[in-house]
Design a binder for this molecule. Structure first.
Ligand SMILES: [Zn+2]
Length: 416
């Protein structure tokens, strides 16, 4: 295999122009984008992407979940393709780069390879995964999840938005239900470039995040039962204050996460007290504790500590407590060879880099279950994402795409 020269770079200006062109479709109200999944705007973005891919000599396949696959052939008809990609859908008040960079950087690889007449043994396929965001139709990463066998297609089609419209019906309506069987494709490897959506790379002054793990998540819903009574006339010793128990447990949640510093995190984002009235001591509190860590045994330990502490708080106060696990997924460990390909690429190109753990879910986390997978991350300003003010620099986008190019070429094996 010919060596990959360190001077081999993508065309950063062309990449940036494409990002800006795509951002014109489904503009937001504050400079970002509202191009939610399976809307007319989503369809328009898909057509633009398809036109660009076909102009670059690729053939487009679409599966029954609307996932798009643009193929640049390899020299060995028997070799499995190397896949790259992410998602073109956005949050209702989303940015111009979350997901979009991962798709259009894939297109830029193809354009660069065409310019330089680079051939690879393995075909290269650029992918747009349908409904990564999950805002309109929960859950997130819906179609990569069906592709990887986490959900059935029937279940996915049946997801409804706030107006009661079904995902499957909407996919058909916008004309992007393809005929390829979802999940039938086999991959040699999958790479996803994504903005970090966190502040670490910028704070550390690094160009590239080499993503080694994706965080696992655990949701435990806690219900504390006390007794509703008057906030003025109930003596302190006679109160059964479920709100106070919740406060003590939440302080413990913070300590539990800090015990497993620096990678574990914990908080309760969903809280209800009943009856939620100014002059009534809460008789019931229901809240969901969200624990995350890249290590499964840490998550298991945090769940166990929550139950122990919660039970003790309730017992000491004479209250009842119950725990229910209502969601979660295991941590992801990305493929060693693919991760090394990303690190070697950053090294060869002379970009500063560091290992990262992805705090958010990504399509790559699901695809990792069915193919050797890795992620590249580039910084974003102030770590801001899922916000119209999301911003990156053209230099960051270029560096991330250069690394993606080198990692993909190493994996797809250059023949000329
Ligand atoms: Zn994303």
């Amino acid at each position: 295999m010919p060596a990959i020269g360190e001077n081999l770079r993508i065309n950063g200006e062309r990449l940036w122009d494409s990002l800006m062109e795509m951002a014109k479709i489904g503009p937001g109200i504050a400079g970002g984008n509202n191009r939610q999944t399976v809307t007319d705007e989503d369809s328009e973005g898909r057509h633009l992407f398809q036109n660009w891919c076909e102009a670059a000599g690729c053939t487009m396949g679409v599966d029954t979940m609307g996932n798009m696959f643009a193929t640049r052939p390899g020299t060995d008809p028997g070799a499995l393709p190397v896949y790259v990609g992410s998602h073109l859908d956005t949050q209702p008040t989303g940015g111009k780069y979350d997901g979009v960079l991962g798709v259009l950087s894939g297109l830029e690889l193809i354009r660069t390879m065409n310019d330089l007449d680079i051939k690879t043994k393995h075909p290269i396929v650029v992918t747009n995964w349908t409904n990564e965001e999950g805002t309109r139709f929960a859950p997130a990463m819906l179609s990569s999840g069906v592709f990887a066998g986490l959900h059935t297609q029937d279940w996915a089609y049946d997801r409804a938005d706030a107006e009661g419209r079904k995902f499957g019906d909407e996919l058909k309506r916008i004309g992007w239900q393809g005929d390829e069987e979802v999940g039938a494709r086999k991959m040699h490897a999958f790479f996803e470039l994504h903005i970090e959506q966190g502040p670490i790379l910028e704070a550390e002054g690094r160009d590239i995040g080499v993503v080694t793990h994706g965080q696992g998540l655990s949701w435990t819903q806690v219900t504390v039962i006390g007794k509703e009574s008057h906030t003025g006339s109930t003596p302190m010793p006679m109160r059964k204050n479920a709100g106070l128990a919740m406060a003590r447990i939440l302080a413990a949640v913070d300590e539990i996460a800090l015990f497993h510093a620096p990678h574990a995190v914990g908080a309760a984002g969903h809280i209800d007290v009943f009856p939620n009235s100014r002059n009534v001591i809460p008789g019931k509190a229901v809240f969901t504790v969200d624990f995350r860590s890249p290590e499964l045994d840490v998550i298991t330990d945090m769940e166990a500590r929550l139950r122990t502490v919660g039970q003790k708080v309730a017992d000491d106060m004479g209250l009842e407590i119950s725990f229910e696990k209502v969601g979660g997924f295991d941590p992801v460990e990305f493929n060693e060879a693919c991760v090394s390909a990303v690190r070697d690429a950053a090294e060869r190109l002379g970009y500063s880099h560091m290992n990262l753990i992805s705090g958010a879910g990504h399509d790559a986390c699901w695809i990792n279950r069915v193919a050797p997978t890795a992620m590249v991350m580039c910084p974003c300003v102030d770590g801001l994402s899922h916000n119209e003010a999301e911003e990156i620099s053209p230099e960051w986008a270029t560096a991330g795409t250069d690394v993606l190019l080198h990692a993909v070429l190493e994996t797809a094996e250059i023949t000329s």
